[in-house]
Write a protein that binds this ligand. Structure first.
Ligand code: HPA
Length: 278
């Protein structure tokens, strides 16, 4: 497979999914590490293993099941990806964007991206949710951008605007629901690093200095691809651990998965209340 995905490859994946589903999805959800249990509540579900889908980048990470669940949630037709792929797994940046392109070709116009993240902002605690107000695309700035390569004109322009990646109305809606349900969601800027190594204390001081509130290894490439295609995007981080500039807290994937599971009820409450209003 070449480094850059083509429309034909996107549509081959779309056709394989289309042949199996009963419900045409309008809302896409991507679940972060440890957050996969969320998909258990979907009704009339068709479950497709991503290994069966042509051209799909396969997830190799523990805590990521690698399947699509298509069905209804709060009466809304959804497609949920349990098990995203990350750049550090070895896929090209272009392939990281394939699930988003495929969702769009299936009819999705709104995308909810979730992730597990380390809290940089000292006001955050593990167990908090953070609504993304913006992101810092450090990966795309100094390394590969998911839109590098031939532009897919069917989706968007060569030089897409990124001044409003996370939809203002969706942010407002999420904040309002957080207040109504006493979920105490934080707000902030997410920064994406390649990983898989966690940050050094010096990295953390740098990230704090450039204005990041939470750090992770996903979401930003997907959000860029989604905005290129004109999708409305909402981003929600689950703060699974606190990162600190003096190296007192040691991050581990097990800790991220465990904390992720504990946050699922809160995340589920937030998303379930958002869906009927979309
Ligand atoms: N750093 C990077 N990615 C992460 C972290 C972290 O501390 N926690 C969850 N994802």
């Amino acid at each position: 497979m070449s480094e850059f995905i083509t429309l034909a490859e996107i549509d081959a994946a779309k056709d394989a999914i289309q042949a199996q589903i009963k419900i045409q999805p309008e809302i896409g959800l991507i679940l972060g590490s440890g957050l996969g249990d969320f998909a258990d509540t979907i009704e009339d579900a068709t479950i497709i293993s991503t290994e069966e889908i042509p051209n799909w980048p396969i997830s190799t990470v523990k805590g990521h099941k690698g399947r699509l669940v298509i069905g209804k949630l709060e009466g809304k037709p959804v497609i949920v990806l349990q098990g995203r792929t990350h750049y550090y797994e070895g896929h090209s940046m272009s392939h990281i964007g394939l699930p988003i392109r495929v969702m769009q070709r299936l009819g999705v116009d709104t995308l909810i991206l979730t992730n597990a993240a380390g809290g940089i902002n000292p006001a955050f605690s593990p167990g908090d949710l953070m609504i993304l107000t913006d992101h810092i695309a450090l990966v795309g700035m100094v390394g590969p951008n998911p839109l590098r390569g031939p532009n897919l004109d069917e989706f968007g322009p060569r030089f897409p605007d990124m001044s409003r990646v996370y939809d203002r109305e969706l942010i407002q809606l999420a904040k309002q629901i957080s207040d109504e349900k006493n979920l105490h969601c934080q707000e902030g800027v997410y920064i994406c690093l390649v990983g898989p190594s966690f940050e050094t204390p010096a990295d953390i001081r740098f990230l704090r200095g450039v204005g990041a509130d939470a750090v992770g290894m996903s979401t930003v490439p997907e959000a860029i691809v989604a905005r290129h295609g004109g999708l409305r995007v909402l981003g929600i981080s689950s703060i699974t651990n606190q990162v600190d500039p003096d190296g007192t807290n040691v991050a581990s994937h097990e800790e991220v998965l465990e904390a992720g599971k504990l946050i699922v009820p809160k995340l589920t409450a937030l998303i379930k209340a958002i869906l009927p209003k979309l």
